[in-house]
Every structure is written in structure tokens, then in C-alpha cells.
Design a protein around this ligand. Structure first.
Ligand SMILES: [Zn+2]
Length: 163
């Protein structure tokens, strides 16, 4: 999915108890440390071009950065360690594995398939790219429904406190 959708899913699903901004950041993090960093570098040196970068133009470091961010094994290991120390922070961090869950069915083998079990297994799914209209529109609809639900929940909570 696009990075912004990931941030909103993370915010909506795991940022409703505490740390909403952190949950959004964790939702987007796997893409920020790879494509986000590349975007930033290209904007800084003036070589940025709109659109999906062609595979041949990508620097080598983007692959390990993408792999580490898109592995359930790494995500759950890190979150497990954080949970020993702070359960509330670990909960917001679940936006990270949710990102991976949203990515693996919606990336084809041609462009960054999700290395979800790295380094244990090399298994990857040949998914339908998220930019396909019948994937992307339900994604947006899902985000709108989720955020509307959270808004409704918040309102109910505040009216309860008002009594
Ligand atoms: Zn991703």
C-alpha cells in the first residue's frame, strides 16, 4: 500500500489508546526507512522524479533496508523485546506488522515482493499490486470507515465523561 495509507491504518488501529502519532509513524516506518529515505535524498540533491522509481535506478542499500522493515520475524522480535519493558508502547508498535500484512498480498514479484519471513525463509507471495483500482479503492474505503468509527467512539466517550 502507499505510505500514507499505512500511516492512517496504523493510527486508526493501534493509536486509539495512547501514542497516536507514534502508531502512525510505526505504520509507515518500513517504507520510510527505505523509499522514504531515498525520496529525501533525491529531493535534497535535486534528482527526484515523480512516480515509482525504476528498479535499475535504485541504490543497493534500499534492499536490506526494505527487507528488515518488511519482515514479521524482525518486527515481532523487536516488539516482543519492547513489550517486556512497556506494553503500551509495544501495542502502538503493532502498526508495524500490520503494514507487512497489508503489503504481502499487494506486491507482485516484479516490484518489491514482501520478504515477510526473512531471515528464516525466502518465501514471497506474487500478489496483486496495491495500485490496482479494485485494491486501492477498498483500501481508502476501509480507512474512512475505520477513522469514522474511531471518531464516533471518541465522541461517545467524551459525552459519557460529560455526564
Ligand atoms: Zn511497505
Amino acid at each position: 500500500m502507499d505510505t500514507f495509507s499505512h500511516a492512517l491504518w496504523g493510527y486508526g488501529l493501534f493509536g486509539f489508546r495512547k501514542y497516536p502519532k507514534f502508531a502512525a509513524l510505526m505504520g509507515a516506518m518500513p517504507d520510510l526507512i527505505s523509499f522514504g529515505a531515498l525520496f529525501f535524498m533525491r529531493v535534497m540533491d535535486g534528482t527526484y522524479q515523480w512516480g515509482k522509481p525504476a528498479l535499475a535506478t535504485l541504490p543497493g542499500w534500499i534492499y536490506p533496508a526494505y527487507t528488515v522493515g518488511h519482515s514479521f520475524v524482525i518486527a515481532f522480535a523487536v516488539i516482543g523485546l519492547v513489550a517486556i519493558w512497556r506494553k503500551d508502547i509495544a501495542f502502538a508498535m503493532l502498526a508495524w506488522p500490520f503494514h507487512i500484512m497489508l503489503d504481502f498480498p499487494f506486491h507482485s514479484l516484479q516490484y518489491f515482493p514482501t520478504p515477510m519471513f526473512w531471515p528464516v525463509s525466502d518465501f514471497k507471495v506474487d500478489g496483486i499490486p496495491w495500485s490496482t483500482w479494485y485494491i486501492w479503492f477498498p483500501n481508502v474505503a476501509g480507512i474512512i470507515l475505520l477513522l469514522a468509527y474511531r471518531q464516533h467512539q471518541k465522541k461517545r466517550l467524551t459525552t459519557r465523561i460529560d455526564y
